[in-house]
Write a protein that binds this ligand. Structure first.
Ligand code: IMP
Length: 200
């Protein structure tokens, strides 16, 4: 989870970690192929047009970097940081801005790049904010979509994978700021205290 507040359970004593089991849900190979296809779809919709990517920190960073390289043509980036989570894996439902964009999006073809759509509350907040700034186009690309969890009435224009209602990490997504660097998207499950296990 990008920029989210600490997610360590209050039950865990300092120096101890709950056992976390990771299982690969989507391999890096599948991610790479899907991102390539998404980039083709996006370029088909915006041929010859400069595309301004707006990444939602921090979870979208690896996805944005790969998507940008596959897009080709004129591409620029900016980043915004918002928080929507409280402690643990539960959302508070509140969205607050931590860092705004550096440059204007007025008149630009903007593609919001998100790691995961869960309740949709973050994206709803962002779309409302960005629409007021009068971009020429405003589209959304998400790598993962947990459709079952949706509360807000929002949809992505480009979706990588629809996934089940499981907490996932890797390829930018974190649990307590860990696992962002995993190349695959993995399901993380908490168990009795112990070491992290990684299953293929
Ligand atoms: P939403 O506002 O509930 O749609 O939440 C969006 C944000 O929650 C995402 O950008 C992620 O940072 C975080 N999030 C939701 N589900 C997961 C997950 O399974 N793993 C890591 N972060 C998640």
């Amino acid at each position: 989870m990008p920029t989210k507040a600490t997610k360590r359970s209050p039950r865990v004593k300092p120096g101890h970690r709950e056992e976390e089991t990771l299982r690969v849900l989507i391999s890096h190979q599948r991610i790479r192929e899907r991102v390539r296809h998404m980039a083709q779809e996006i370029r088909r919709d915006f041929p010859n047009e400069p595309i301004h990517l707006v990444g939602v920190l921090k979870g979208s960073v690896l996805f944005l970097a790969d998507l940008a390289r596959e897009l080709g043509g004129e591409v620029s980036f900016d980043f915004i940081s918002v928080s929507s989570y409280g402690k643990g894996m539960d959302s508070t439902g509140e969205v607050k801005m931590n860092k705004d964009l550096d440059v204007t999006i007025e008149g630009r073809s903007v593609l919001v790049v998100e790691d995961i759509l869960d309740t949709g509350l973050t994206l709803k907040y962002l779309l409302r904010l960005f629409e007021e700034r009068k971009p020429k186009h405003l589209r959304v690309a998400v790598l993962l979509d947990k459709v079952e969890r949706r509360i807000a009435d929002v949809k992505a224009d480009y979706t990588g994978f629809v996934i089940p209602n499981e907490f996932v990490v890797g390829y930018g997504l974190d649990y307590d700021e860990r696992y962002r660097n995993l190349p695959d998207v993995c399901i993380v499950r908490l168990g009795p205290r112990g070491k992290t296990k990684i299953e293929a």
